[in-house]
Design a protein around this ligand. Structure first.
Ligand code: XIL
Length: 380
């Protein structure tokens, strides 16, 4: 709270001196320090704010590291816990070099860690495609060894795990390598193993495209509710739904219906589950080249989405997928060519710009957090 007040005072003083000439921020050597930390705003309603980040930007871009540690109390390593990083070579020991450094960074800065992920279709090592290394006969043993080792190693240090990532379609389950090898019960297996390895960790099923009031999202919501209901009826230890919220400006504008989304989130909450917004960003693909117009659109989408989800007490925190546009995954990543803008400009999907300056989306998020409904107490 003190930091917050100091931040306001500093911003105010600079404004008094610099306004009209260079603008308030130009005179501040540590301009990024002028904003109220998002984590302080979130704490007012009993929530947290986090971000994903990669180890390389955190270690090489000190302005980014400062921004992340100032605004966030949760760190979600962007790739460091994925199979491809931890298990590059079959039969070799795990490679914890990057994951250990991420956890150490979080601990140095008093941040909680969200680990992602134990089962997914993507970011798997090459040897998942080689039957000699990955097959229906050894898949369960691999899963047990992997989750047991990783969740066990970080027990008490990683607070929340995405145990199952992107598992559903609008009709049923995605044929991930795990589903193909083990059938639908791989989900039960993964959660049960994780719970055994770290009984105190929060175990999350994390999913994309649950956000809109269109046929595609509604079908996926229905499948997710059915799956959660089945898991809980079998007493599988799932504690929260992760709603990725990789949003697209045009879709939020045209196909987001707060009342419909609230009904979905409340159905999840009614099952006794918590909800984490795990990967928030807003693609500006549909917006014009003009930066101010794009930043306005991205801010509006953040505002609409956050004003909705922050009415739900069981939504315990908001994790953004990156904090500065400079390090967003939807820039220059071959995986995300589908997000490329037609005018060739870089996307501006996040709360801070390339120079770590707050964008209108920061103000939108700050407003939403400040008027959020009180969160239910945390249980994990
Ligand atoms: C992404 C990372 O941001 C990229 O760096 C990587 O190339 C691919 O994975 N949904 C998820 C995240 O669950 O793990 C993904 O992260 C983004 C989409």
């Amino acid at each position: 709270m003190q930091t917050t007040r100091r931040g306001f005072l500093r911003a105010g003083a600079a404004f008094a001196v610099g306004a009209g000439v260079l603008g308030p921020r130009a005179l501040l050597p540590d301009a990024a320090a002028a904003e109220t930390p998002l984590q302080a705003l979130a704490a007012r309603s009993g929530r947290y704010v986090g971000t994903s980040a990669g180890l390389v930007p955190l270690l090489t871009d000190s302005a980014y590291a400062d921004l992340v540690t100032r605004h966030c109390s949760v760190l979600a390593p962007e790739n460091e816990f994925k199979w491809s990083v931890l298990r590059p070579t079959p039969g070799e020991p795990f490679n914890f070099v990057l994951a250990d450094q991420m956890v150490a960074f979080a601990e140095q800065h008093g941040m909680d860690v969200r680990g992602s992920c134990f089962t997914w279709s993507n970011s798997n090592p090459w040897w998942f495609d080689v039957p000699a290394f990955f097959n229906p006969g050894n898949a369960l043993q691999l899963l047990e060894e992997h989750i047991g080792t990783v969740a066990g190693r970080y027990a008490g240090r990683v607070r929340s795990w995405d145990v199952v990532n992107e598992a559903i379609t609008g009709q049923g389950l995605v044929p991930t390598p795990w589903a193909k090898a083990l059938g639908p019960r791989y989900i039960d297996n993964a959660f049960t193993i994780a719970h055994r390895a770290d009984p105190a960790a929060q175990l999350v099923i994390n999913e994309y495209n649950l956000e809109y009031d269109n046929r595609f999202s509604r079908d996926r919501q229905a499948v997710m509710l059915r799956l959660l209901d089945e898991l809980l009826s079998r007493e599988i230890p799932v504690h929260a739904l992760g709603v990725q919220a990789h949003l697209v400006h045009a879709a939020v504008k045209g196909q987001f219906n707060a009342a419909q989304h609230l009904r979905f989130l409340r159905s999840v909450a009614a099952m006794g589950l918590k909800i984490v917004i795990t990967e928030l960003d807003v693609s500006d693909k549909d917006l014009p080249t003009d930066v101010a117009a794009r930043d306005r659109g991205v801010a509006e989408a953040h505002q609409r989405y956050l004003d909705c989800v922050l009415q739900v007490p069981q939504v315990e925190g908001i994790v953004s997928w990156g904090l500065s546009d400079k390090h967003s995954w939807i820039r220059g990543n071959p995986d995300t060519a589908r997000f490329a803008r037609e005018d060739g400009q870089d996307q501006r999907p996040l709360l801070f710009d390339d120079r770590m300056q707050p964008k209108p989306a920061y103000d939108a998020a700050a407003r939403s957090l400040a008027r959020a409904r009180r969160a239910a107490p945390r249980t994990r």
